[in-house]
Design a protein around this ligand. Structure first.
Ligand SMILES: *Cc1c(COP(=O)(O)O)cnc(C)c1O
Length: 371
C-alpha cells in the first residue's frame, strides 16, 4: 500500500542526527526556552523572510496567539474561509471572536478575495486567509483591503512552510504567518509544535509575552492575561536538524506534482491549479472528481492510499450552528467538499510509486467515466 503520508521514512533518513541533538538536550536539561528554541526561531523566521519567530506549542496556538497579539478578542469579527482545517476557526472562537466566512475559489481552493469587502463590518478586526495545500492567496489584494479598512492580516500558513508568492516567502505576506510542525506537515516535528513569524516588532514582543503567561520578561509582573504555549527544546532540536532539508523536500513534492500534472491531463479529473505567481509546495496534491467516494475505494483496491481534505465545510458543522449559516451559503466550498481527493505526493515517493498512483488514477477515471 502506498500511504498518503509517510513520516517514518523522513525520520529514518536523519535518525542519527536527530538522536544526537536530542541527546544534547538531555545533557543540558534546559527543557524550556533553551538554545535550540532561540536558534530555530531565528533560522525559521529568516527562511520565511521575517525578522522574528515565536515558537509555540502548535500551529493552532500560533493562530490563537497571533490573533491575541493583534488585539482580536471578544465580539470582534475575523473574515476567513469555511474550507480549511477546523483549527483556523477554532482559534478565532477561542479568542471569543466570531468567524465570518467568505467562499473559496474553485481552482485554488483559497479565499475568493472578491467576497471580502462585503463582509466587513464595524466589528471586523482581521482577515485570516489560509494558504491551503501549500499555495498562498492573493495577498496583494487582501493586504490592500486590510490597509484600507485598518484590519490586521494573519495568514494560516500551517500547510505552507516554504511557499512563496512573487518570490516573497510567507513571512513577508501578512502581519503574521502561522506555521504548524504537526508530524505530517511538510516539515514535521516529533510531536506538536508551531511558530509565528512576523516583521512587526511589537506584535512579536506581545506574542512572546503571551506564550509565557503574559509575563513582562524576567519578572513576575503581568501586563496581560496570557497562555502557556512554548515550543519545547526537544522539538526545537528536531526542527534544527530538519530545516536544511526543507527546500529539497519541497522540491521533490513539486516534482511529484509536476509528474502527476503531466500524466493526468485529459483524464477528466480536475487537477490542482497553481497560479503562476505562487510557488506551490504541495502539502497535498488534491484533485477533484465526480464519484469521489468510489474513486477512493477503487484506488485503495489498487494499493493507493488517499484522503478527503475536507469532507464537510465548517459553516455547516453542528458545533458552529450558532453562527447561523445554512446549506447554500458557501456554494463553492460545499461543492468541492463532495469532490476532492488528496493522493500521495510526499517527497520520498519512488518513481515506481508515483507511476503506480498515476496509473491507478487513470484506470479508475476511465472506469468511472464509462459508468
Ligand atoms: C495543521 C493545521 C493547523 C493546526 O496545526 P496544529 O499544529 O495541528 O495545531 C491549522 N490550520 C491548518 C490549515 C492546518 O492544516
Amino acid at each position: 500500500m502506498i500511504p498518503l503520508a509517510n513520516p517514518k521514512v523522513q525520520v529514518d533518513t536523519q535518525k542519527d542526527e536527530l538522536l544526537s541533538e536530542i541527546s544534547k538536550v538531555f545533557d543540558k536539561c534546559q527543557f524550556i526556552i533553551g538554545e535550540n528554541v532561540k536558534e530555530v526561531e531565528k533560522s525559521y523566521a529568516s527562511k520565511c523572510g521575517a525578522a522574528y519567530g515565536i515558537g509555540v506549542n502548535s500551529g493552532t496556538d500560533a493562530l490563537v496567539l497571533a490573533l491575541a497579539a493583534c488585539g482580536v478578542g471578544k465580539d470582534d469579527e475575523v473574515i476567513t474561509v469555511p474550507y480549511t482545517f477546523v483549527a483556523t476557526t477554532e482559534a478565532i472562537l477561542i479568542r471569543g471572536a466570531k468567524p465570518v466566512f467568505a467562499d473559496i475559489e474553485p481552482d485554488t481552493f483559497n479565499i475568493d478575495v472578491s467576497q471580502i469587502e462585503s463582509k466587513i463590518t464595524s466589528k471586523t478586526k482581521a482577515i485570516l486567509p489560509v494558504f491551503l495545500y501549500g499555495q498562498t492567496c492573493d495577498m496583494e489584494t487582501i493586504n490592500a483591503i486590510a490597509s484600507k479598512h485598518g484590519l490586521k492580516v494573519i495568514a494560516d500558513a500551517a500547510q505552507a512552510l516554504g511557499a512563496k508568492r512573487n518570490g516573497k516567502p510567507i513571512g513577508m505576506l501578512a502581519d503574521a504567518a502561522c506555521i504548524s510542525f504537526f508530524p505530517t506537515k511538510n516539515l514535521g516535528a516529533c510531536g506538536d509544535a508551531g511558530m509565528i513569524v512576523t516583521n512587526d516588532e511589537k506584535l512579536a514582543e506581545t506574542a512572546r509575552s503571551l506564550r509565557f503567561h503574559g509575563m513582562v520578561p524576567g519578572t513576575y509582573y503581568y501586563d496581560r492575561i496570557g497562555y502557556n504555549s512554548r515550543l519545547d527544546e526537544l522539538q526545537a532540536a528536531v526542527l534544527k536538524v530538519k530545516l536544511p532539508m526543507l527546500d529539497t523536500w519541497n522540491g521533490r513534492r513539486r516534482a511529484n506534482a509536476e509528474y502527476y500534472l503531466n500524466e493526468l491531463g485529459g483524464t477528466g479529473l480536475i487537477l490542482p491549479f497553481a497560479k503562476p505567481e505562487n510557488y506551490h509546495i504541495y502539502h497535498q496534491f488534491t484533485l477533484r472528481c465526480r464519484h469521489r467516494d468510489e474513486m477512493k475505494a477503487m484506488l485503495s483496491e489498487r494499493g493507493v492510499g488517499s484522503a478527503v481534505y475536507y469532507p464537510f465545510p465548517l459553516h455547516l458543522q453542528s458545533c458552529y450552528g450558532f453562527l447561523g449559516y445554512k446549506k447554500g451559503d458557501m456554494p463553492v466550498a460545499e461543492q468541492v467538499c463532495g469532490e476532492v481527493l488528496s493522493v500521495p505526493v510526499f517527497p520520498e515517493l519512488s518513481q515506481e510509486d508515483r507511476a503506480t498512483v498515476a496509473g491507478a488514477l487513470k484506470e479508475c477515471a476511465e472506469i468511472l467515466d464509462r459508468q
